[in-house]
Design a protein around this ligand. Structure first.
Ligand code: ATP
Length: 286
């Protein structure tokens, strides 16, 4: 499935997750990781998923990316059911060290997935150069990953995903392993790329501040077995920066609200099992 030619205007559903359930079984152990997840991501949206540790964020992302088969429910990308890794998706994982091939130069790592596409070598080179420029790594094209810092390696992983021109970019705690300053830079890089390129991004994080800073909407997940506890519209201005956004009173209100919800999830406070879609309203804050 290639959605590049499909007219997916902003505001239309790109990703539909319906009644998703995942139970792991084996070795005499049965874990209901995800109970019943339903949500939609619109074309061009940046949605963050946040929830307590072990609540099934990675499981959900693997199901969305077609890397795991759900026990029940469906994932639809552009209206088509995901039954394996779809060509319209790219994933950036936390462990950049394991996702890049150490024996390949940066430009070869970025080009590798493009070889699955029927593109001329000239076009592949253009896409690689454009993606490396977007993440500020043009000068590192000939280096090996192990010659780069952790933050630079994660930029390479982002460039590889961008070069692939995905309709949906899945990011699984991509900045969890880098230092705080690099993390802030990478957050701004992702928001900048999202605004420039209009990609649809589903970003998983356990970091509440990161979710509020990055997202247009935050989906708060309950503890395992997981359901969507709340969907919160982030009504901060589109122009965000680390200095001013994070000290804005509204940022503090939103992060406090998410924090309270996650604490409630950890305590196992019963939550409404239906999705509360507040995407068009200002969220109630207490
Ligand atoms: N392959 C597997 N087999 C059995 N159980 C699993 C498997 N993968 C995950 N689980 C269980 O499913 C639950 C959810 O795990 P998952 O890694 O999806 O959560 P998470 O929210 O991403 O965690 P964290 O925030 O700590 O990274 C956990 O109880 C975990 O032990």
């Amino acid at each position: 499935m290639n959605l590049s030619n499909v007219n997916l205007a902003k505001g239309r559903s790109m990703l539909d997750v319906r009644g998703l359930r995942k139970v792991y079984e084996g070795s005499g152990r049965r874990v209901e990781a995800v109970r019943d997840l339903t949500f939609t991501v619109e074309a061009g949206e940046l949605v963050c998923l946040v929830g307590p540790s072990g609540c099934g964020k990675t499981t959900l992302l693997k199901c969305v990316g077609g890397l795991l088969t759900p026990t029940a429910g469906d994932v639809l990308l552009g209206g088509e059911r995901v039954i394996g890794p779809p060509p319209g998706m790219a994933v950036v994982f936390q462990e950049y060290g394991r996702s890049l091939f150490p024996w390949m130069r940066v430009r070869e790592n970025v080009e590798l997935p493009l070889k699955q596409k029927k593109l001329s070598s000239v076009r592949r080179r253009e896409l690689v150069a454009d993606a490396l420029e977007s993440v500020g790594l043009t000068d590192a094209a000939g280096a090996y990953p192990w010659q780069l810092s952790g933050g630079m390696q994660q930029r390479v992983a982002i460039a590889r995903a961008l070069a692939y021109e995905p309709d949906v970019l899945l990011m699984d705690e991509p900045f969890a392993a880098v230092d705080a300053q690099t993390r802030a830079e990478l957050e701004d890089l992702v928001r900048g790329l999202w605004r420039q390129r209009g990609i649809t991004i589903l970003f998983v994080t356990h970091d509440i501040d990161e979710a509020v800073y990055l997202g247009e909407r935050v989906l708060i997940l309950s503890s395992s077995p997981t359901v969507v506890q709340e969907q919160l519209k982030i009504d901060l201005p589109a122009e965000r920066d680390q200095l001013h956004t994070r000290v804005a009173p509204r940022f503090a209100e939103l992060r406090t609200h998410v924090y309270e919800q996650i604490q409630a999830a950890k305590r196992g406070t019963p939550v409404d099992r239906m999705v509360k879609d507040v995407s068009s309203d200002t969220p109630p804050l207490h």
